[in-house]
Write a protein that binds this ligand. Structure first.
Ligand code: AMP
Ligand code: MG
Length: 487
């Protein structure tokens, strides 16, 4: 038995398990009754150096947690976090880290089972996950990867053959999540809350070695760590904004120190351009609305900085000053990355002072005409301007003239401009009605609709055959669409 699993190609190391004991609880996943592999990400398996055909054979046992691969050292991670602004002690209440897999190219990836049963951090929860939301995470995380946005990945989903009780009985599932790590702002909040300086320092040194090795040699490694996390997160949020991705639950425990998108709960893509867009059913104040994402990330990074204060300088006043100086660069870093992304979406190859106004005026037109964000950009890129309200709008026509004049001032050929624009404005995003349609079918044992959707979404910038029907925004009856978290 173990031999076959070894042939799956796992190559585990367990550096996290060597941190001080306070950072985790060791335990195995809770076995499930009748596991069945419903989807395996073969390209990802290949990228990780895993043996996909073997995994297909062994997947039910392996990806349910019923069988522990050789070299794994299962544990639940301890962490805290600010949820909707309020501090709470958390931890993996329904996930188990098997260990870190070393890919053939030397990269290290956390392999985590989500929905793997109760842990000491489960509080009142059942430790389980529902099939629909796990497939949803699979679809959206693989979409972000296809869009070139740093993200945790989804390797497999197993149906457990057990029911999970929410408002009604729903099919249970386990998702295998692959990430650069699951270290988060909340891991530091946990360490800071405990108040053990040595453990905090050990954690910071660990994150530096694992994700920011350049900081080791810096004059102040911990200042460098803060600055580097700030930069990665600023760029990540800029990428989200450029494709209209709304994370939905940007709590500090869902903010990865690696700079990857993580924890796909109530996330969704915006249809009509509107900064106030919110999908999450529990986000009544719009805290995590599309337009708030940069500000919220700055807030989360401020919580991170607070945990680092004892490491930044021997006295608090100096530490606070240093942290402030580093975080002060967040909005500038975000803005520069956002503007670079927007320039590419407009096919601009040079920078000019008036570019930001050019972008803003287009966005204002979109907002006024309730234009679809994704399709407007893509239609501009394809020079295909159908008779939608935005393209008949007087201000838009005036804007088109300014944009054309601007394009004339650069030496790039029309072909180069089109290529640049198409590479930054996807033709397809996971439209909510399409995702729900795929999940409904999957709940009825039909996985073909999801597979077709995934095939379209994983090549979002190409003009692929069959893509057209996936480009339509949801019908008006979907205007009040709501997403749910923790399901
Ligand atoms: P999330 O909203 O997925 O980021 O989860 C927030 C916290 O709630 C984490 O500590 C999770 O482990 C925990 N949690 C979410 N769902 C469950 C569940 N069904 N059982 C136990 N813990 C859960
Ligand atoms: Mg979480």
């Amino acid at each position: 038995m173990t031999d076959t699993i070894a042939e799956a190609g796992w190559n585990f190391d367990n550096t996290y398990a060597r941190l001080p004991e306070a950072f985790f609880a060791r335990l195995d996943p809770v076995p499930v009754r009748a596991p069945r592999l419903v989807i395996l990400n073969r390209p990802l398996a290949q990228e990780l150096g895993l043996n996909a055909p073997n995994m297909e054979k062994e997947g039910a046992g392996l990806f349910s947690g019923n069988r522990i691969p050789h070299g794994a050292l299962p544990l639940a991670q301890a962490y805290a976090g600010h949820q909707f602004g309020h501090f709470t002690m958390l931890g993996d209440g329904r996930a188990i880290l098997l260990g870190e897999h070393l890919a053939p190219d030397g990269r290290r990836f956390d392999i985590q089972l989500k929905g793997s049963g109760r842990t000491p951090f489960s509080r009142g929860g059942d430790g389980r996950a529902v099939l629909g939301p796990m497939l949803r995470e699979y679809i959206i995380s693989e979409t972000l990867h296809g869009l070139g946005i740093p993200t945790s990945r989804s390797l497999a989903v197993v149906a457990t053959g057990e029911s999970v009780f929410r408002e009604t009985a729903l099919p249970g599932a386990v998702l295998t999540r692959v990430a650069a790590s699951h270290l988060r702002v909340g891991t530091f909040e946990y360490a800071a809350f405990r108040g053990n300086f040595q453990d905090l320092k050990t954690l910071a040194d660990y994150v530096i070695r694992r994700h920011y090795p350049d900081a080791v040699a810096a004059a102040s490694p911990y200042c460098s760590l803060l600055a580097a996390v700030m930069q990665r997160q600023a760029r990540l949020i800029a990428q989200w904004q450029c494709v209209g991705f709304i994370h939905g639950v940007m709590n500090t425990d869902n903010t990865a120190l690696s700079g990857e998108t993580m924890d796909y709960g109530p996330c969704a893509f915006m249809d009509a351009y509107d900064l106030a867009t919110v999908f999450s059913s529990i986000d009544h104040q719009g805290r995590y609305a599309y337009g708030n994402q940069p500000r919220i990330m700055h807030w989360n990074l401020t919580r991170f900085a607070e945990t680092l204060l004892p490491l930044l300088a021997p006295d608090q006043a100096t530490a606070v000053r240093l942290a402030r100086e580093i975080l002060a660069a967040f909005f500038q870093t975000f803005r520069a990355a956002w503007l670079a992304g927007m320039r590419a979406k407009l096919g601009l190859t040079m920078e000019e002072a008036k570019d930001e106004a050019l972008v803003q005026d287009l966005l204002d037109c979109m907002h006024r005409t309730r234009a679809d964000f994704t399709n407007t950009w893509r239609e501009l890129a394809l020079k295909n301007l159908p008779s939608k309200p935005i393209f008949r709008d007087a201000a838009f026509l005036e804007w088109m003239k300014r944009w054309r004049d601007r394009l004339q001032q650069q030496s790039a050929t029309p072909e180069e401009v089109r290529t640049l624009m198409q590479a930054h404005s996807p033709a397809v995003i996971p439209r909510n009605h399409r995702v729900e349609e795929a999940l409904d079918a999957a709940n009825n044992e039909d996985f073909t609709i999801m597979e077709r959707l995934l095939a379209i979404l994983t090549r979002p910038y190409d003009n692929t055959p069959g893509q057209e029907e996936y480009r339509s925004p949801p019908p008006p009856s979907w205007s009040g669409y709501r997403t749910f978290c923790g399901t």
